[in-house]
Design a protein around this ligand. Structure first.
Ligand code: ZN
Length: 322
């Protein structure tokens, strides 16, 4: 048995998006390209943004390389690719209103793709911030009628938000991030999106972005009850709150502060760790790592007990045990 492996620090991949802003540089300190930047892929092995290891024995390797060539770091995790994708989004403008399919629909209709379950932790937002989660049509016919009549305000469920809110976005849930919001998103590593409405916005060349209304009508869960708020009601024990659990991932909020040093046992094939606020240290049997807002790590298999000391918050995720 070799020594416990150390935390693996990842260098995020930044993406230009027409709806993005500059906060990923100005607030989070990332090195970003010119122009509007909306997405920081903090932990990703997706071909559209494969993160690189920053320092340590695997310096310079991509996460997808680690998955295929050093799979002992993820021992017990199955599948041909790293299954999760962690992003920070900076929405300066409203994102299009969209919905994702589940695995079954995506498998049958999107060349064997995975569906997408995602969730949002609100890192910051403008005062009077809002978000779209859920819709109000009771069945497909009513949805199609609302679309035909352009009754978007009747259809979408708008929710007021504040920093620290959390939303579980199941497949089949209509959703959109509104301008002035920064969130941390945990999701299945998939990219299948059906656009329902894009505010009739024209792209620089004058065209409208494609909508996918037939697919959206197919996959919307008309029976889902939309949440009234993003308040976290789950209990916090020694600084750790389980925010959600589904078959693809579980998500924890870990809060360190004076007199509170949470300890998390990393006894999963791997654990994703993203610092969403503050600074401090994470101590594992392999050593002490200084961390600050915007840092992303993978704690590999066998990393052991993690102790969080300082004044900071982390969103952690892992694939639950079968
Ligand atoms: Zn989405």
């Amino acid at each position: 048995m070799s020594a416990c492996p150390e935390l693996i620090r990842l260098k995020p991949v930044l993406h230009n998006n027409i709806w993005g802003g500059r906060k990923l540089h100005d607030v989070f300190g990332y090195d970003i390209p010119d122009g509007p930047v909306g997405e920081c892929w903090g932990i990703s092995a997706h071909p559209h943004g494969d993160c690189t290891v920053d320092g340590g024995p695997y310096d310079g390797c991509t996460l997808s390389q680690l998955w295929s060539e050093h799979h002992e770091l993820f021992e017990g995790a199955e599948g041909d690719r790293f299954p999760l994708l962690i992003k920070i989004l900076d929405a300066r403008e409203d994102l299009s209103i969209q919905v994702h399919p589940d695995d079954e629909y995506a498998m049958a209709n999107e060349n064997g793709s995975l569906g997408k379950h995602e969730c949002w932790y609100v890192m910051d937002c403008d005062e009077d911030g809002q978000i779209v989660v859920g819709q109000r049509a009771h069945d497909r016919a009513e949805f199609e009628q609302m679309v035909a009549e352009g009754r978007w305000n009747d259809m979408v469920n708008l929710i007021p938000i504040k920093p620290g809110d959390f939303f579980d976005i199941k497949p089949g849930t209509v959703h959109a991030i509104k301008g002035g919001t920064q969130i941390l998103e945990t999701q299945q590593s998939s990219d299948v999106t059906y656009r329902v409405y894009d505010y009739d916005r024209r792209q620089p060349d004058g065209s409208l972005r494609e909508l996918h209304l037939k697919q959206a009508a197919d996959v919307i869960d008309y029976d889902a009850v939309a949440p009234a708020s993003g308040d976290v009601t789950a209990p916090e024990e020694n600084g750790i709150t389980k925010l959600m659990s589904c078959k693809y991932f579980e998500v924890l909020r870990i809060r360190a502060r004076e007199g509170q040093t949470p300890v998390a046992a990393q006894d999963y094939p791997f654990m994703c760790l993203s610092v969403v606020w503050g600074e401090g240290t994470i101590t594992s049997p392999a050593g002490v790592v200084n961390v600050k807002r915007g840092d992303h790590f993978v704690a590999p298999c066998g990393a052991g007990e993690l102790t969080f000391e300082g004044v900071f918050s982390v969103i952690a995720s892992y694939v639950p045990k079968a």
